[in-house]
Write a protein that binds this ligand. Structure first.
Ligand SMILES: Nc1ncnc2c1ncn2[C@@H]1O[C@H](COP(=O)(O)OP(=O)(O)OP(=O)(O)O)[C@@H](O)[C@H]1O
Length: 284
């Protein structure tokens, strides 16, 4: 087992304005360099958990919390957001929430966090150049961030989180404004970053993608952690699948085949990670 970079211990949170707890006694650990996907139906607490992981809870959102989130050995409650930012960064679900609203250009927007960290100008320019090329926004560096399309803002939002080079990147449904090919492009970047050693925690509704990317999946259900396990265990477990989460097509396929009593010998299976999951569902 690898080094634990993030630990959530018995964590509960209730927003000040609501009666119901948004998160209830959540506990899990994340290994360095792994890829955790968080899934669950609307309102199950996914964004709240993201806010807690990066310290926005308790430092920004008012409410009642108990338990702990420990990032790289340090409790988020006892650190400031600025102290946490080299360790863990969030790409917001709504990319407009990521904008500083003080930068006049995309280049300034990307450099905003670096400026706060006191990075020298020359180094800043190099980082802006690298990240803008990676995110394919180098052609809009001189534009006003408020005049961009939703998809462009999403790329800028991602770039401004990534430019801070956090050890853990938390992505809360970060491609909702992008078309399918733009979305896949961002996920390819995310997978690449993960291969280079960055720990990724990603909220996503696309179960095919979740099954493809995740080392582990955390299922949230009405603020509770219903399960945390490998994709094939999650999608192969009918009890978990009942909890309002979508199911990848190959799981539906393997379940249909199972009902018709097909066996492995009768199905011509090509290679790929999903085959393991088909087998898990078929128990073959
Ligand atoms: N800023 C807030 N103030 C008060 N209550 C909030 C706030 N954000 C979320 N909640 C409440 O917390 C609960 C969990 O919401 P959350 O947004 O974390 O769920 P989610 O799983 O991310 O949903 P979705 O899939 O729709 O994004 C909901 O009952 C929601 O109304």
């Amino acid at each position: 087992m690898g080094r634990i970079v993030l630990e959530v211990k018995d964590f509960s949170f209730k927003y000040r304005q609501t009666k119901r707890k948004a998160l209830k006694k959540i506990s899990f650990q994340v290994e360095e360099g792994s890829f955790l996907c968080i899934i669950g139906s609307n309102g199950s607490g996914k964004s709240t958990l993201c806010n807690a992981l990066v310290g926005l809870i308790p430092h920004y959102f008012a409410g009642k919390m108990s338990g702990q989130v420990i990032v790289d050995g340090v409790s988020t409650e006892e650190s400031t957001i600025a102290e946490l930012s080299p360790k863990i960064g969030l790409v917001f679900q709504n990319p407009f929430n990521q904008l500083s609203y003080t930068a006049g250009t995309v280049a300034e927007e990307l450099a905003y966090g670096l400026g706060n960290r006191g990075i020298p100008r020359e180094q800043m320019a190099e980082k802006v150049d690298y990240v803008s090329k990676l995110m394919r926004i180098d052609h809009i560096l001189s534009k006003n961030p408020l005049e961009l399309s939703g998809g462009q803002v999403q790329r800028v939002a991602f770039g401004s989180a990534f430019i801070m080079e956090p050890e853990i990147l938390v992505l809360d449904e970060c491609t909702t404004q992008l078309d399918p090919s733009g979305s896949e492009e961002i996920f390819d970047i995310v997978k690449d970053l993960n291969k280079k050693g960055i720990t990724v925690i990603m909220v996503d509704h696309d179960m095919e993608r979740v099954a493809r990317c995740a080392d582990k999946i955390l299922v949230l259900d009405q603020g509770e952690a219903a399960a945390i396990d490998e994709p094939k265990k999650i999608f192969g477990n009918p009890e978990i699948v009942k909890r309002g989460i979508g199911v990848p097509d190959y799981v539906k396929l393997s379940q249909a085949l199972k009902e018709k009593h097909y066996t492995e010998r009768e199905i011509e299976i090509t290679e790929g990670p999903t085959i393991e999951m088909v087998k898990e569902v078929l128990k073959i």
